[in-house]
Design a protein around this ligand. Structure first.
Ligand code: NAD
Ligand code: SAH
Length: 408
């Protein structure tokens, strides 16, 4: 099938399940909220992101879409999007230089608004491409790591525009990070290895929102789960949730499958690789390609070969083989289709509301990192329950008064 046709099919399929985004679009169309606004979407360029870009385009924005990770851009989606009038200076690539070239081209659009994921574009705009800051009104950030980088810019007084940390909305991290990553990480590992999870020992590094979802779903698939953490409270939570908690250096010899989701670097390193079993599978679901120290893996390997698409096998001096998925990048996005559609429908509804909020409040917002008003979170939750037919009770006046009083 022609690339463009395949892309169109994927887009239409995703549209069927993005009902919240559609309902917000219908509402916003009435007030032409984004008419003529130059906007760059820099998010993993697959079907759900394309639907966000098309929604913004239909609402009148002048949209450029690019990726947020060199490996997660799907070329069929790029072709389908271009056909519908969105400019897309992006293509699937293994080269960081080409990825940076794509980001530069996106900034040539001189955006007034940016939807970013991981803050690569934000940092570029605040360093090499500072001229774009003149017209930039605001940035909406999708993920934990991006928010961390934005806050670092804010702390050092380098942040020049308001940022909304969409990641920090409850309807984002409680669903996308937890259940989205929980499902799509296993989708990525299973579809690329075709091996069993049941009966295996899975080591999950990090028990944040992503790690919780990954561990929960591993348990559901029949694995024995070990969690590693650096935060004592989260480690204690993992214990009470029924997982074994240990240091990575001790878990290294026990695991069959390792998944990192910490947002940190060098979580699995040489001293861990050397203790691992023959055939251990290594996957990252956190960010970029720094959680698993690939340079150290390269250095201690005597041989490296591709054993399946998206699987690189390293042979160590001790003769054992370790299988690294998706070049150490997000396994769910670089080697699969990312989170399921209904999850991205929630996240991208928030993104849509976030850019409208930034635009409509541009005279009031300062160069700080904000969260969305709670009323927006609540509206998304209500609409979600309504669209999927779930009931929600309401407080009576008597109950409300009781809850607000000191009565026993
Ligand atoms: P979080 O802050 O809730 O959790 C991260 C956890 O990792 C924390 O509990 C922290 O204490 C722990 N940690 C840090 N360093 C560690 C180390 N060396 N060893 C063990 N644990 C360590 O963050 P989150 O929302 O769960 O996000 C985690 C990462 O996943 C971020 O980079 C985020 O951007 C990314 N993310 C990926 C996807 C995806 O689709 N794959 C989705 C959402 C978020
Ligand atoms: N861009 C960085 C940062 C991590 S991306 C990197 O590539 O390493 C993690 C984000 O990807 C999550 O917050 C999630 O909202 C987003 N994501 C997950 N599945 C997605 C999908 N199917 N389409 C678009 N974005 C997705």
């Amino acid at each position: 099938m022609e690339l463009k046709e395949m892309g169109k099919m994927k887009l239409l399929w995703a549209q069927k399940y993005m009902k919240l985004l559609k309902s917000f679009e219908e509402e916003l169309a009435e007030r032409s909220a984004l008419k003529g606004v130059r906007l760059v979407v820099s998010v993993h360029l697959e079907a759900k992101t394309a639907n966000l870009a098309l929604t913004l385009h239909r609402l009148g924005a002048d949209v450029v879409a690019t990726g947020s990770n060199p490996l997660s851009t799907q070329d069929e989606i790029v072709e389908a999007l271009k056909e519908q009038g969105v400019k897309v200076p992006a293509w699937h690539t293994h080269s960081m230089d080409e990825y940076m070239e794509q980001l530069h081209k996106a900034l040539d659009h001189h955006p007034q608004l940016i939807i970013d994921d991981g803050a690569d574009l934000t940092v570029l705009a605040h360093t090499e491409r500072r001229e774009v800051l003149q017209e930039l009104v605001g940035i909406s950030e999708e993920t934990t790591t991006g928010v961390r980088r934005d806050k670092a810019l804010e702390k050092s007084n380098e942040l020049k525009v308001p940022v909304i940390a969409v990641n920090d909305s409850k309807m984002k991290y409680l669903f996308d990070n937890r259940y989205g990553t929980g499902q799509s990480t296993w989708d990525g590992i299973i579809r690329n290895t075709n091996t069993t999870v049941a009966g295996k020992t899975v080591v999950v590094a990090g028990y944040g929102w992503c790690g919780r979802g990954i561990a929960l779903r591993a348990k559901g698939l029949g694995a024995r789960v070990i969690v590693t953490e650096v935060d004592p409270i989260r480690a204690a939570e993992a214990v009470m949730d029924g997982f074994q908690v240990m240091k990575m250096v001790d878990a290294a010899s026990e695991g069959d499958i390792f998944v990192t989701a910490t947002g940190n670097k060098d979580v699995i390193t040489k001293r861990h690789f050397e203790k691992m079993k023959d055939g251990a599978i290594l996957a990252n679901a956190g960010h970029f390609n720094v959680e698993i120290a690939m340079d150290e893996l390269e250095a201690i390997a005597t041989k490296r070969y591709n054993s399946r698409p998206n699987v690189t096998t390293y042979v160590l001096r001790n003769g054992r083989e370790l299988h690294l998925l998706a070049e150490g990048r997000l396994v769910n996005l670089a080697a699969a289709d990312g989170h399921p559609i209904e999850i991205m429908d929630l996240s991208f509804s928030l993104q849509l509301l976030s850019v409208v909020h930034l635009w409509e409040n541009k005279d009031k917002l300062e160069p700080k990192v904000y969260t969305l008003p709670e009323s927006i979170d609540e509206e998304v939750a209500r609409r979600f329950l309504n669209i999927y037919g779930h009931g929600l009770d309401t407080l009576s006046d008597k109950q409300r008064r009781y809850l607000e009083s000191a009565s026993s």
